[in-house]
Design a protein around this ligand. Structure first.
Ligand code: ADP
Ligand code: MG
Length: 578
């Protein structure tokens, strides 16, 4: 059984193809979304998902979130005296999804299709694959999120013949993909995006604005008053979700310690003001859309369906922006949170040759240009640093392409092929992916030809080969100068480093979440209510450890009842403490 996983910046989901349909696997809390958040308790135990999200509000230093943005870099996040990089943190989220899937399916889950933003570069894709391996999953395929989304739409609308545009605005990434559906064949025509733009930026802008009215800056406030800022960010997140549906909203300002006073100060934000504050972000939304249309050679009115994916496309300001560009109502017939995971499950079904998908054919493109550095001979001088494209962006995958370069000096014995990804004419504007050393070139005048072949497979993984025809020697790589490329031993070491971070026992996860949720509510209620409620939380924590089930159930029921009375019913999940 291969599961499909949407490993998101904000939320992750797992789906599986069953009885001819993709279905979402519920988390241990019975929800479809698992927040991509990892927290560590003082005891050293790990919390992933909802419980970690609640912990973020009360103890932000114990929690790591939004780490997908660091994917493919060496940057680490410190978490309970451990330094963890994005692949390691992501592996913890994947492990949690894996456990949920195993509980749901009643069998071991060893294989997965994982989605990434189309705009993810080579290093980010490898880091994602590594995260899967660290979680004990064989990653059968990495696929682009918009491709997965389109697959989910195409699966239900197989006889259609049209141009679809998928717009995916998640928490931290933005992707736009043009595709053509024709008798069950889904062909990706072009894709573009921005790897650092998402719904969280809209929240941050609003947060920055509110802090500004208080003569504060986000960066410095975050260091000085982390609890106040984390609670205020929560308020801004809530406001962001409502603005556009309501004309105006009052954002409550927490005290410096993160609690709300009896009647807190408020800052009032209108929908019109919000739209003004986020204008620069909407401009950034427009650019990749224009680029995809240009690359596909289509005008906005030639796009039959515009599909919205990702939680942030629920914002009315975003819908308005899309409506303006295309002069049509965007489609959101599938739940925008779930559609990528559902598509990943369909891809998993394609890989296992499931009968229900036999008539579907999928082609994808390489979303960026790949090439090598060359030296140009200009005005009698050799000038280094130019970029020679080998595979052009939006070429259909899989692809193998060749270019011939040559030695620049007489008797040059060695050439270092430096591989880059990007759209700039010069390498300094592009991303370095690694290098390949070609040695043993026989002495000869300058101009010995070296054939460079790039092969880019459906996983979006690049193989580079160099062939010196005069010697018949062939060199190939696997670009090795990046830490994302770990040896077996290094992977084992990374796994054992993660091993002493223990997952909370599954049957207790729910109680942990209730505890964190209650702690979070503590900051929302009035000082009068606070003390009595704090005592109930204390009793709950003690009852959890007491090992007396009937006593525990009693205290738990009492806590749930009190939460409801305070206006924070726990079972509603996305409740008002959200
Ligand atoms: P990712 O794919 O990056 O994990 P999601 O697709 O889950 O992200 O989207 C998360 C983003 O969607 C967050 O920034 C969140 O604030 C935003 N979001 C979720 N629901 C809403 C809503 N109702 N209105 C506005 N934004 C929303
Ligand atoms: Mg997403």
């Amino acid at each position: 059984m291969i599961v499909g996983i949407d490993l998101g910046t904000t939320n992750s989901l797992c789906a599986v193809f069953q009885d001819g349909q993709p279905v979402i696997i519920p988390s241990s809390h019975g929800r479809s979304l698992t927040p991509s958040i990892v927290g560590v308790l003082d005891s050293g135990e790990l919390l992933v998902g909802d419980a970690a999200r609640d912990l973020r509000v009360t103890r932000p230093q114990h929690v790591a979130s939004r780490f997908k943005r660091l994917m493919g870099t060496q940057e680490t996040v410190s978490l309970h005296s451990k330094q963890l990089n994005a692949a390691e943190l992501s592996s913890l989220v994947l492990k949690s999804l894996k456990q949920d899937a195993e509980a749901y399916l009643g069998e071991d889950v060893t294989d997965a299709v994982i989605t990434v933003p189309a705009y993810f570069n080579e290093l980010q894709r490898r880091a994602t694959k590594l995260a899967g391996e660290l979680a004990g999953l064989r990653v059968n395929r990495i696929i682009n999120e918009p491709t997965a989304a389109a697959l989910a739409y195409g699966f239900h609308d197989r006889d259609a013949e049209k141009n679809l545009l998928v717009i995916d605005l998640g928490g931290g990434t933005f992707d736009v993909t043009m595709m053509e559906v024709f008798e069950g064949t889904l062909e990706i025509i072009a894709s573009a995006g921005e790897s650092t733009l998402g719904g969280e930026d809209f929240t941050d802008r609003l947060l920055g604005h509110v802090l500004q009215t208080m003569q504060m800056h986000l960066e410095s406030a975050e260091i000085r008053l982390p609890l106040m800022v984390s609670r205020l960010r929560d308020e801004c997140e809530r406001a962001k979700r409502q603005l556009g549906n309501v004309e105006q909203i009052d954002i409550r300002i927490p005290e410096d310690d993160g609690h709300f006073a009896e009647s807190p100060r408020t800052v009032s934000i209108t929908t019109a003001l919000f739209s003004e504050i986020v204008q620069p972000l909407l401009e950034r939304v427009r650019r990749p859309i224009a680029r995809v249309l240009r690359d596909a050679g289509l005008s906005p009115d030639q796009v039959e369906d515009v599909i919205l994916v990702g939680g942030a496309t629920r914002m009315p300001v975003l819908k308005t922006c899309v409506r303006e560009i295309f002069d049509q109502e965007p489609l959101c017939t599938h739940n925008p949170d779930e559609v990528v995971a559902l598509g990943a499950a369909i891809q998993a079904a394609l890989l296992s040759n499931d009968e229900a998908v036999q008539d579907i054919v999928m082609t994808d493109v390489c979303p960026f240009t790949l090439g090598v550095e060359i030296t140009k001979h200009i005005g009698g001088h050799d000038v280094e640093g130019f970029f020679l494209p080998i595979i052009h962006r939006n070429t259909t995958l899989p692809v193998s392409a060749e270019e011939i370069v040559s030695t620049v000096r007489a008797n040059q014995r060695e050439v270092v092929i430096r591989v880059y990804q990007g759209e700039h004419r010069k390498i300094e504007g592009n991303l370095s992916l690694g290098e390949l050393r070609v040695t043993g070139i026989p002495p000869a005048p300058a101009g010995v030809p070296i054939r460079i072949r790039f092969t880019y497979d459906l996983n979006g993984l690049l193989e580079v080969e160099a062939l010196v025809d005069s010697t018949g020697r062939k060199f190939s790589t696997v670009l090795t100068n990046h830490a994302q490329h770990l040896s077996k031993k290094e992977i084992e070491d990374a796994v054992s480093k993660l091993q002493d971070l223990k997952f909370y026992p599954r049957d207790e996860v729910e109680n942990q979440q209730l505890l964190r949720f209650s702690e979070r509510v503590l900051g929302e209620i009035s000082p009068q209510e606070r003390q009595a409620f704090e005592e109930i939380i204390d009793s709950f924590e003690i009852a959890m450890a007491s090992g007396d089930p009937s006593y525990f159930q009693q205290v738990r029921a009492f806590l749930l009842e009190r939460l409801s009375e305070l206006g924070f019913p726990h079972d509603s999940g996305e409740g008002s403490a959200e």
